[in-house]
Design a protein around this ligand. Sequence first.
Ligand code: NAI
Ligand code: MG
Length: 355
Amino acid sequence: MTHKLLLLPGDGIGPEIVSQAERVIQTLGRTHGLSVELETALIGGAAYEAEGDPLPEQTLALAQASDAVLFGAVGGPQWDAIERDKRPERGLLRIRAGLDLFANLRPASLVPELAEASSLRPELVAGLDIMIVRELTGGIYFGQPREQGADRAFNTMVYSRSEIERIARRAFEIARLRDRRVCSVDKANVLEVSEFWRQTVTAVAADYPDVTLSHMYVDNAAMQLVRAPKQFDVIVTGNLFGDVLSDIAAMLTGSIGMLPSASLNEQSRGLYEPVHGSAPDIAGQDKANPLATILSLAMLLRYSLGETVMADAVERAVARVLADGLRTADLQSAGSTPVGTQAMGDAVIRALESA
Ligand code: NAI
Ligand code: MG
């Protein structure tokens, strides 16, 4: 089957890191018979410069017609002063909305070789493998009514049954590809919406008897993530709690240059992107770590294309180059020489070819 993929390099280091992922796609064509129709389009500051719009109509149309989108990063100081609607980041927010991406997947995993770079004790995080599934289009960030007055302000935390059901199903299905454990995080001791969340997730769990469901209050979950993170497999939670917990989990792994993410819609189409931004401070210098983007490609293969064997192969290739001691500057410990973006891409490709 031929898959339709769209590449959106964006700004800053975006083009450098996405082009390494593109080379991995080409390699998979040779080593694993991956068949893709590849398009590239403009987004962010690059699109603003060319077309006066950070998300040109044509880019959105191409994204909507694709099985999956691999996105680099957008933004940079040269666009900080332009009107809000034209800023590069608006392009990303609009494409997320335009694709109806309600499920945000943020893995936090750490190969043992990188445990020394973590801010925590290595034995706590070596071999860590958590997946946080965050609801992305509901909850308090979008709830109505919302208002800011002179002396008081409020937002509304609201979830409908169908919103909870679809994110819960997604989490259970992901757990089936992993260790079959889901921990649902809420604040059911205080919030009505959380009590409803807990009941609804529990009802959905009846359809997944092979997956173990547990519940945890969000304050305890924050503590447990730092105290004993390896206890978790899949964490499913709402928009606000997921925002905070996914950033805590990210810091367990030490490096922003290693973190992939995915956002999926109901059809399992999705947008895949590194967690980091456009890193203007190192753009164009062959310094950027391409692994977060290459690992985002692995997620794309797994969750949107169903190409599990290829996803595993890419993840193993990344683990292999790290085990061989290759480090971009962001991962580096004192005394060794870092490799550049291109050389890291070369190494991943060699590891794929020799597997
Ligand atoms: P950033 O993530 O771009 O950079 C933070 C620090 O991490 C910098 O020192 C950078 O050099 C380093 N870094 C980031 N990615 C790296 C990589 N792959 N390899 C090696 N080092 C890496 O965040 P910052 O500096 O706050 O934002 C820069 C620009 O990126 C801004 O315009 C911001 O709006 C935009 N941004 C875009 C995002 C996106 O497109 N999804 C997300 C976050 C920020
Ligand atoms: Mg956040």
